[in-house]
Design a protein. Structure first.
Length: 166
């Protein structure tokens, strides 16, 4: 029985050796596959970073173009809106100087408003009525001038050039 045990022991040792060898081969295969997968993952990650960078650059460029376009539209629209608004307010409330405040001419608007207050106080004397009438005439003329100018001319004259009177 001892020979049988020895043979069985030798066979067991051979099987263990084969199993170790197979396990080592499997480990090497798994290691190679893992390395290949890691390389593939790194390559995919690099491609993704590159594509994300391109998309980010394109998005920044698009946002810049949009911002510039929107700014142009706002400048043109705000010039036109201020033209119409300032013109109508000049005709209706010109003696109060509201249209000057709309255009950002606070000093000139304050002058008109101050003269209007003086005129209102002096109406009981009679001279105030003449002053209020003159201020109303100034507002009417300025409103007509604002509304008859082209949008570009109005923008260049009153918003860029800051021409305060007529």
């Amino acid at each position: 029985m001892s020979d049988d045990n020895k043979d069985l022991g030798d066979e067991l040792d051979d099987m263990i050796g084969d199993a170790k060898e197979d396990a080592k081969k499997a480990k090497d295969k798994i290691s190679q596959k893992t390395s290949d997968l890691a390389d593939d993952a790194k390559e995919i990650a690099d491609e993704a970073k590159e594509k994300a960078s391109k998309i980010a650059d394109e998005a920044k460029e698009s946002a810049k173009e949009f911002t510039e376009g929107a700014q142009d539209v706002l400048n043109k629209a705000s010039g036109e809106n201020k033209k119409v608004l300032a013109g109508i307010l000049a005709i209706i409330f010109g003696s109060l100087g509201v249209h000057k405040f709309i255009l950002g001419y606070n000093k000139e608007g304050g002058i008109l408003l101050g003269l209007w207050v003086v005129g209102a106080v002096l109406t009981c004397v009679g001279i105030g009525v003449l002053l209020l009438w003159a201020l109303g005439l100034v507002g009417l003329i300025e409103g007509i001038v604002y509304l008859t100018k082209s949008d570009e001319e109005f923008y260049n004259t009153y918003q860029v050039g800051k021409k305060p009177w007529f």
